[in-house]
Ligand binder design. Structure first.
Ligand SMILES: Nc1ncnc2c1ncn2[C@@H]1O[C@H](COP(=O)(O)OP(=O)(O)O)[C@@H](O)[C@H]1O
Ligand SMILES: [Mg+2]
Length: 263
């Protein structure tokens, strides 16, 4: 699938509607994600960023709309729960959510057990070691339990698990929340390096203006129940929408912009 400008589209959402009871979260939401980009997704707290991600990965069945991921129609009854498409993406959920009773290596192996039940223990260990390395963790981290890791290391372990199946698409829900600025910057760098070396497409929900400036190719803004704007930050800066103006041109937005200019 390609858009009007010839970009390959790997996620296409049209006319999405999500509603919980009387609360309408999304209405007529459209979104295209291009292959190979890091798309930042921003919006006020509670605007439905996580629900959007859950809809795209098939964990939240929408009330209306169409969702195509990697050319598969996700709302097609036969495709939902289809391992072939699900193993082509990796997910780091908000909060990270590692299994606390499993070591890092065992956490990484969870999706492998699910998708490739026949793999030998040796091979599983070997793959887990590779992912630990890829995520910038020291080799011994594989044998540690989540409670023994710092916040930044937990995020990396979550990332390693998301990469377990060699995905084409990576979903990250607020991965740098709770990290100090240096830890967050390092995680951003890792995300960008992985995107470049593995050729990933990244759907990245974030509050972090520094992250948007540092690594996102485009940014989608969620407000008024839909994606009200999408583009490079420079393009968004011309918007008159009050939330966009406040977010990018308020004190924190200007500081992030200056930080970028000074790099
Ligand atoms: N399973 C659910 N049942 C009912 N309400 C939900 C559910 N999941 C999310 N919501 C509500 O939907 C809104 C959007 O949630 P969410 O996508 O988590 O926001 P955010 O943009 O902060 O990630 C919130 O008001 C939240 O309370
Ligand atoms: Mg959220």
């Amino acid at each position: 699938m390609r858009d009007g400008q010839g970009h390959e589209i790997v996620i296409s959402v049209r006319g999405l509607r999500n509603q919980f009871g009387k609360q309408v979260i999304h209405e007529n939401l459209d979104l295209d994600v291009r292959r190979g980009e890091i798309l930042g997704v921003v919006g006020g707290s509670g605007t439905g960023k996580s629900v959007l991600m859950r809809s795209i990965i098939g964990l939240q069945r929408p009330d209306a709309g169409e969702i195509h991921v990697l050319d598969e129609n996700l709302l097609d009854r036969d495709t939902v729960g289809d391992d072939e498409v699900r193993r082509r993406w990796g997910v780091l959920f908000q909060g990270g959510a590692l299994f606390s009773t499993l070591t890092v290596a065992e956490n990484i192996q969870v999706p492998m057990h699910e998708f490739y039940p026949g793999l030998s223990a040796n091979l599983l260990d070997e793959i887990a070691r590779t992912k630990v390395h890829l995520s910038g963790l020291f080799p011994e981290a594989g044998a540690k339990y989540p409670s023994e890791l710092s916040g930044g290391m937990k995020k990396r372990a979550g990332l390693a698990r998301a990469l377990a199946m060699d995905p084409e698409l990576l979903f990250l829900d607020e991965p740098t929340a709770g990290l100090d600025p240096i830890g967050a910057a390092k995680f951003d760098e890792l995300t960008r390096d992985l995107k470049e070396t593995l050729g990933l497409t990244v759907f990245l929900i974030t509050h972090d203006l520094d992250t948007l400036h540092a690594i996102c190719d485009r940014v989608a803004v969620l407000a008024d129940r839909r994606v009200i704007a999408i583009g490079k930050i420079d393009e968004l800066l011309t918007s008159d929408h009050p939330w966009i103006k406040e977010y990018f041109s308020g004190p924190r937005g200007r500081a992030a912009d200056r930080g970028r200019a000074g790099q």
